[in-house]
Design a protein around this ligand. Sequence first.
Ligand SMILES: NC(=O)c1ccc[n+]([C@@H]2O[C@H](COP(=O)([O-])OP(=O)(O)OC[C@H]3O[C@@H](n4cnc5c(N)ncnc54)[C@H](O)[C@@H]3O)[C@@H](O)[C@H]2O)c1
Length: 433
Amino acid sequence: MSQRRGSYRRPSGTEARRPSIDPSRLVSMDKTSAIPGSDDFNVVFIGAGNIMFGSDEGPWNHSFRLEHKLGPRLKVVAIVDPFVERATSVLQQKCDSFVVSAYKDTRVFKTFEEFVKNMSPRDRPRAVIIGSPPMFRGSIQPGRDIELQILKHIPGIAIFVEKPIATGEEIEISEAYEVGKRIADAKTVCSVGYMLRYLRAVQMMKKIIDDNQLTVMSTIARYACAYESIAKLDWWDKAKSFGPIIEQGTHFCDLSRYFGGEIEIDSVQAHSLEWDEPAGKLSKQAIDESKIPPERRIPRVTAATWKYDNGGVGSFTHLVALQGRNYSCEFEVFADGYSLKLVNPYVAPVLYIRKPGDDNETIMRFADDDPFFSEISNFIDTVEDIEEDSEAAQILSSYEDAVRTYEFTWAIRKAAEKSAAALKAAAALRHDI
Ligand SMILES: NC(=O)c1ccc[n+]([C@@H]2O[C@H](COP(=O)([O-])OP(=O)(O)OC[C@H]3O[C@@H](n4cnc5c(N)ncnc54)[C@H](O)[C@@H]3O)[C@@H](O)[C@H]2O)c1
């Protein structure tokens, strides 16, 4: 594994400072107005699903944020989705609303190839937003290489791509690194949708660390999803979504890397509570899990530990345990004299800060924060390159960096499977004796 990423890895201790944004620059949508200008800003959407057009499952909805960011300049020239009825239906809803000017000339295509064949110079996008399922991207194989297709057919166009950057067999991680290298070599503006990095609370944590020149000693992360609200069968199927760490826990694995630095991949250890163990029974699934072959059902708990390359230690527990709608998530960073604890980042972020000289925690609340808007806003500002101040717009998650997070999540999944298999084998042996 380490060999594969060798050429991308910085030597220990020379890790560049991870990009950050002054938290005061992260403002919610209602406190900003669309960026000025009169020229059209053409966009292509790949995928017409929940992340692009919203759903009851959460606050994500890229089209909505783009409409606000670009105002009347937004022109969605195409929506690419093999599920044409879905694309046509969301398009109709947009055309029936006050944002019609962005969608009145939008065309729907089944494939990106079809779009390219029919693209007139007027349709040339300035950005492509990719929200197709990860199994169709992040590789160099035909049909799963949308990034490379964009680089080939419309070079120079900025790309925003959702997390995880791919899902595929572990052996394909090297292909994701290759995609990252080609994006970087082409100097393409590319942002990956790890939106928690854009939370004001997260940037406040960064600021405290930077201002005080702290070295992170440990990260402790806990992510408990509300499984009752997860109604997609594929999510529960390891062969489709590749498990809850790769699909969902990836957000906290990424935050861990954002604060802790690079992971010693070979140090990753993990245990899981599997669906067929006594403690793994769930009573309120919205899906019929019997439709998924037993060996493909997901673990209910995954708990991992690892070393960072500066010697620090990280840990993460992901739980498929809560019911209802709201997730319960906490992320803690420790440094000499300091603890920074982020609570409830998805719903109402709160930061508990303990500093030297005071055993009490200071509490900061971050109401009305919208990291989905902030990531889109910073992406568009980077594409427009309008700010004279180079610090103003920042992409906080590059493609190559996001591949490292992907590799890390795979390492956790493998470590958990390895320990589960070892424990099963030991139990079978005891039984035989
Ligand atoms: N950052 C977040 O918090 C967040 C939230 C939701 C989803 N996501 C990510 O967004 C991605 C999409 O998730 P979703 O919930 O929108 O899924 P979805 O299933 O609701 O939508 C995906 C859409 O892509 C279409 N599609 C399938 N193959 C395609 C292809 N080859 N080209 C173009 N379109 C194709 C499907 O027909 C579907 O309409 C996933 O990677 C997911 O992890 C991120």
